[in-house]
Design a binder for this molecule. Structure first.
Ligand SMILES: NC(=O)c1ccc[n+]([C@@H]2O[C@H](COP(=O)([O-])OP(=O)(O)OC[C@H]3O[C@@H](n4cnc5c(N)ncnc54)[C@H](O)[C@@H]3O)[C@@H](O)[C@H]2O)c1
Length: 273
């Protein structure tokens, strides 16, 4: 129970089988009180119903946690809502110790010439600017509490390597590498660590959609696409949500107290740098 007495916020954790749900479950299993935060409902064309965590699903996920949990609807593109999420953690559960910027969109995938300014902004606004808002809001509360903290962003293999049809996604995730490098310098004095976890393709969540897209582009079945993917990965399989959750739990633990500003691959050896 290494997180007993800790309160953790996980953005984008309101979709079943997503990485956020797995992260929340892992932290909850080890004693953390978790806030299942997600957008809660479609707000615009960039957040279609089929791709987002709705309030009913958020409540089901919170109820399935082994420990105490609450839900909070928050669009990470709005800094006021993100600050309200941080305030909710303290008001409802007494503190804020762990913040995981997991919310992301990865379903706008198009050839370079077809990407509109709206497409570009939609991805950057959630994946990069949303994480920055989260980092700011979490750091403000953690600094005021005066007992350190842990901030983890779920970046991607796309934070280290390029992917076709994913210029905005790749740029947003590369941006997170710079964000933690800068923020860790300022937050070190407060005992707050800031790191990225960089998973390769996970076959659930938005990775499922990306796998279907790339299989269609290559004119092969998803099964064949996944077999090809597994053959490139030294450990012989695509990632699981639990692989990412384990890495987050480690970075949030006392054992990782001296690790900050890092972007840690969880890729079965596929991503070497
Ligand atoms: N699945 C993969 O293969 C993979 C690999 C590497 C990194 N990632 C990253 O992991 C994170 C989680 O993705 P996932 O695969 O679990 O997909 P997912 O679609 O299940 O999760 C993304 C979550 O973000 C939420 N979200 C979207 N826009 C939001 C907004 N404006 N405000 C608040 N929440 C919003 C969605 O509702 C959803 O619950 C993302 O940041 C993604 O880029 C995923």
């Amino acid at each position: 129970m290494k997180f007993a007495g800790k309160v953790a916020v996980i953005t984008g954790s309101g979709r079943k089988q997503g990485l956020g749900e797995a992260i929340a479950r892992r932290l909850s299993e080890e004693g953390a009180t978790v806030v299942i935060a997600d957008i809660g409902g479609s707000r615009d064309a960039a957040t279609p119903d089929a791709m987002i965590g709705a309030e009913a699903e958020m409540r089901e996920i919170a109820a399935s946690m082994p420990g105490a949990a609450s839900t909070f609807s928050c669009d990470v593109r709005d800094p006021d809502q993100v600050r309200a999420l941080a305030a909710h953690a303290v008001a409802a559960h007494g503190s804020l110790d762990i913040w995981v910027n997991n919310a992301g969109i990865g379903y706008i995938m198009k050839p370079l010439g077809e990407v509109s300014p709206e497409d570009w902004r939609a991805v950057i606004d959630v994946n990069l600017t949303g994480a920055w808002f989260g980092l700011q809001a979490a750091a403000e509360v953690m600094i005021a509490q005066g007992r350190g903290g842990r901030i983890v962003n779920i970046a991607s293999q796309a934070a280290k390597s390029g992917f076709m049809h994913a210029q905005a996604y790749t740029a947003s995730k590369h941006g997170l590498v710079g964000l933690v490098r800068s923020a860790s310098i300022e937050l070190g004095a407060h005992g707050i660590t800031v790191n990225n976890v960089c998973p390769n393709h996970v076959t659930t969540g938005l990775g499922k959609w990306q796998n279907e897209h790339f299989a269609a582009v290559q004119g092969i079945s998803v099964e064949e696409y996944l077999r090809n993917m597994a053959s490139r990965i030294p450990l012989g399989r695509p990632g699981l949500p639990e692989d990412t959750a384990n890495a987050v739990a480690f970075l949030c633990s006392a054992e990782a107290a001296y690790i900050t500003g890092e972007s840690m691959n969880v890729s079965g050896g596929e991503e070497p740098h």
